[in-house]
Design a protein around this ligand. Structure first.
Ligand code: MG
Length: 455
């Protein structure tokens, strides 16, 4: 019988509360596993966020790597995208970032990166889990242990290169809120170097996150929205705890709609753009004017990155604010994303105006309970039956659940939750009435289908 290997990695690396799932012992094992997986003699970049537990976790990972005969390139406290970029530029064989991204202070996590800055794929994560479970670590003897090289001097290279990758001119007034997270030094430095007039909020690294919760949601960005308005700034930029993400606040002090912002930046870059099945059709409307096309993929930033790489797309992004800029690196980069928004405002005018100029389609979301063991059968039936509800189906995408695009640009997605016992319906209708109707019909069908599989 095949042995069951416990799953450590979730949708974004290994994540949990310190002392619960996340322990020093686990960090050591991950270090040993990554060293074993990459093979002796290789170089591995290690960085961490400012959480109180992060230096300790980074040291444990480092110890494991060294014992497998790999060298550690030590970046210290840096945002996640700097780890990805350093791995790419320095010819390292992997990157390790110690962070729990947007989770509160007591959490931590470990995320692994490929030499091109792309997050570890699922099969690589399974391989690490297998090595840890079997404890098949390939330790080396005392005379072959790895060494630690301090590469903090790489940080100015990242700053220069990220600035050189965009075309930003001086002149705007920008407020940046780093959440006291990993970007607290670098994002303000990069923004000042563009010549913009900068106001900083929560830009002293502090693992207690005293300024605000590191999740850059509207509820946590009240101060940023107020300061943008009060100082008459052109825009506000907020990062999550490790700055692979960025969200923006417009010149009226409002949160910029994630989907619309992604759509506007996509249109500015042009070419083939990758986004997820649950992203709004705003991106299609902005790109279908002739300057590009949209490819949709499964939900999750690693899926976006994989697709970007596979089809050599020009840009990729999730509505959560995780954007991939392949001309620079395959690691999501919230600092570069902020520069892209500044570029957009400089070219197209005030953020509030360009966002308001895009039509807003009513969006509806519901979730229905469904036993995990029935999800696959329910989804198989939904894929067959859902298109029959509508007379104007333009496109069916079954890559992650089932997504129908209708003739008037309305769309509906039925997708099982990856972590909970739900199936969700997400849709956009051209009008409120249209949205209500699509929801009513789809929800009835889904409810009946779920019932039919109940015993
Ligand atoms: Mg993050």
């Amino acid at each position: 019988m095949k042995e069951e290997i416990p799953q450590l990695f979730g949708t974004s690396g290994i994540r949990g509360e310190l002392g619960d799932k996340i322990t020093l012992e686990l960090a050591l094992k991950v270090g040993l596993a990554v060293g074993t997986f990459t093979g002796r003699g290789k170089k591995i970049v290690v960085g961490h966020d400012p959480r109180t537990s992060s230096p300790m976790m980074a040291l444990a990972v480092t110890a494991g790597i060294l014992q497998c005969g790999c060298d550690v390139l030590d970046l210290g406290m840096v945002p996640t995208p700097v780890v990805g970029y350093a791995a790419q530029q320095l010819g390292a064989h992997a990157g390790v970032m110690i962070t729990a991204s947007h989770n509160p202070s007591q959490f931590n996590g470990i995320k692994l990166w490929n030499p091109d800055g792309m997050a570890y794929r699922q099969e690589q994560e399974r391989a690490i889990e297998r090595i840890i479970h079997q404890e098949s670590f390939e330790r080396v003897s005392w005379d072959s242990l790895g060494r630690v090289e301090d590469i903090k001097s790489f940080i100015p290279t990242y700053v220069e290169d990220v600035l050189a990758s965009v075309n930003v001119k001086p002149g705007l007034k920008v407020v940046v809120d780093c959440a006291n997270g990993a970007a607290s030094h670098i994002s303000p430095l990069v923004l000042r170097r563009t010549g913009c007039q900068l106001v900083t909020l929560n830009s002293q690294p502090d693992g207690f996150f005293p300024g605000r919760n590191p999740e850059p949601s509207e509820a946590n960005l009240g101060e940023l929205m107020q300061v943008v308005k009060a100082t008459g700034a052109d825009l506000g930029i907020a990062h999550d705890g490790d700055a692979d993400r960025m969200v923006a606040v417009d010149d009226e002090g409002r949160m910029a709609d994630f989907d619309k912002l992604l759509a506007l930046v996509s249109a500015q870059i042009g070419g083939t753009v990758v986004t997820t099945v649950d992203a709004s059709a705003a991106i299609d409307r902005c790109l279908n004017n002739g300057n590009g096309k949209v490819e949709r993929t499964k939900v999750g930033d690693v899926h976006v990155a994989e697709k970007v790489s596979e089809i050599e797309a020009s840009f990729g992004g999730e509505p959560s604010g995780t954007w991939i800029h392949p001309h620079f690196c395959m690691c999501p980069d919230g600092i570069l994303s902020g520069l892209r928004v500044i570029e957009l405002v400089q070219k197209k005018g005030p953020l509030s105006k360009i966002l308001d100029a895009l039509p807003t389609y009513p969006t509806l979301r519901v979730k229905l309970d469904c036993e995990d063991e029935n999800k696959a059968s329910v989804m198989e039936k939904m894929e067959k039956d859902l298109p029959h509800l509508f007379t104007d189906v333009k496109d069916l995408n079954p890559i992650d659940g089932v997504r129908l695009t209708l003739e008037d640009d309305s769309w509906v997605l039925v997708r099982p939750s990856g972590t909970e016992s739900y199936i969700r319906i997400t849709l956009e209708g051209k009008s409120q009435e249209r949205a209500d109707n699509i929801l009513k019909e789809s929800k009835n069908l889904l409810r009946k289908t779920i019932e039919s599989f109940k015993e």
